[in-house]
Design a protein around this ligand. Structure first.
Ligand SMILES: *[C@@H]1O[C@H](CO)[C@@H](O)[C@H](O)[C@H]1NC(C)=O
Ligand SMILES: *[C@@H]1O[C@H](CO)[C@@H](O)[C@H](O)[C@H]1NC(C)=O
Ligand SMILES: *[C@@H]1O[C@H](CO)[C@@H](O)[C@H](O)[C@H]1NC(C)=O
Ligand SMILES: *[C@@H]1O[C@H](CO)[C@@H](O)[C@H](O)[C@H]1NC(C)=O
Length: 322
């Protein structure tokens, strides 16, 4: 006897505009993990070039978003770009004028834009994924995430209704199959979001868990998630690494299957950003903001974690600025 399980998905239909010149803002972060590479240069923030290249490969241009600014800076910029990526990395969420404060402005402004009918997507990777959940929880003295130890590539264990999600509804079966059966998602994190983190902060109605993975000790954690109403998406793993990061001491697969599967995530996100119609008012202003104004530096050769990074602003500038 055969049983058929019918899963009824409420299909996701929203914005109808189509923007074929999307620009994505990438949030910079404090230099804890990179400052030692350029002693004496006093940079205030950086962006790993792998995020930039991964977005460019999906057909969008990148605008760096600086930290340490006031709300109007983020409000104005979000009115000109079509989506934001919160990259992974390493910094503290409990200090002022950094990645977490900027992330909070962006998260709140993006909610306002979406509430007003402007499709404005956010994608968080690793630290950025944790930031999304912590912002949704309300930042407090205790950060809503748990400790774990996850430094291996892993397969994804999809939830039963993952095909009902925005992120996975249109993923080709062969890509699902790679993600499900091969260790191709790259993990490098000491904090995890567990089911309990969602339950304790009443996030289960707003956020849909779409997959789990396990850490080095076999402990399951949430590996991909999305907001049910807002176009906010997160992966605890790092899709940008497989094509663009080559450090041998990190467990990063570079097989054709790993490349195919990880390519999907930013392609999906840039597609989301095409539903946003924002524009820079003119080419001059657009040119002033693009990442092309900066030169990537080869940090892999200096023993850095990333092959290349972009660095922004000597510290003095920002101190005077505030
Ligand atoms: C960096 O900061 C140090 C200490 O404030 C200062 O001595 C040095 O001149 C600065 N370097 C640059 C390139 O601004
Ligand atoms: C915010 O910063 C901008 C510079 O980015 C400055 O021009 C503006 O006066 C500041 N606004 C407030 C309300 O402090
Ligand atoms: C921020 O968090 C770090 C790591 O948990 C801790 O060492 C530091 O004391 C905290 N800082 C503040 C201002 O609470
Ligand atoms: C979660 O919801 C319950 C019931 O509505 C409420 O009592 C509780 O305070 C909420 N917890 C948080 C962290 O918001």
């Amino acid at each position: 006897m055969k049983y058929f399980i019918f899963l009824l998905c409420v299909l996701y239909t929203d914005a109808t505009q189509y923007n074929d010149r999307p620009t994505i803002g990438v949030l910079s972060q404090e230099t804890y993990s990179t400052q030692h590479l350029f002693p004496g240069e006093n940079y205030t923030s950086f962006i790993a070039a792998s995020y930039v290249k991964n977005i460019e490969a999906s057909g969008a241009r990148v605008v760096p978003i600086l930290i340490g600014r006031n709300r109007s800076y983020y409000r104005e910029l979000l009115g000109k770009i079509n989506g934001v990526v919160f990259p992974g990395g390493a910094t503290y969420f409990n200090q002022s004028n950094g990645y977490a404060d900027a992330g909070q402005y962006i998260y709140e402004i993006a909610q306002e834009l979406n509430d007003a009918g402007h499709h404005f997507p956010i994608f968080g990777t690793c630290l950025g994924f944790e930031l999304l959940i912590i912002l949704a929880s309300g930042r407090g003295r205790i950060e809503n995430r748990g400790l774990c130890y996850s430094y291996r590539s892993r397969p994804l264990s999809f939830t039963t209704d993952f095909r009902c999600s925005k992120m996975y509804a249109e993923m080709p079966d062969d890509v699902v199959n790679i993600l499900r059966t091969q260790s191709v998602t790259v993990n490098a994190h000491q904090f995890c979001i567990f089911d309990e983190n969602l339950r304790s902060h009443n996030l289960t109605n707003d956020w849909r868990v779409t997959s789990y993975s396990t850490d080095n000790y076999g402990v399951p954690f949430i590996s991909s998630i999305e907001h049910r109403r807002y176009p906010f998406f997160g992966t605890q793993f790092h899709p940008e690494t497989v094509s663009y990061e080559w450090r041998k001491t990190s467990d990063i697969p570079h097989t054709p299957d790993a490349l195919t599967a990880n390519r999907y995530f930013m392609d999906f996100f840039v597609k989301e950003s095409r539903k946003n119609e924002n524009l820079f008012p003119d080419k001059t202003e657009e040119d002033q903001h693009l990442i092309y104004n900066y030169a990537a530096r080869f940090t892999g050769a200096l023993g850095g974690y990333y092959e290349q990074i972009y660095v922004f602003e000597p510290r003095e500038f920002v101190l005077n600025y505030k």
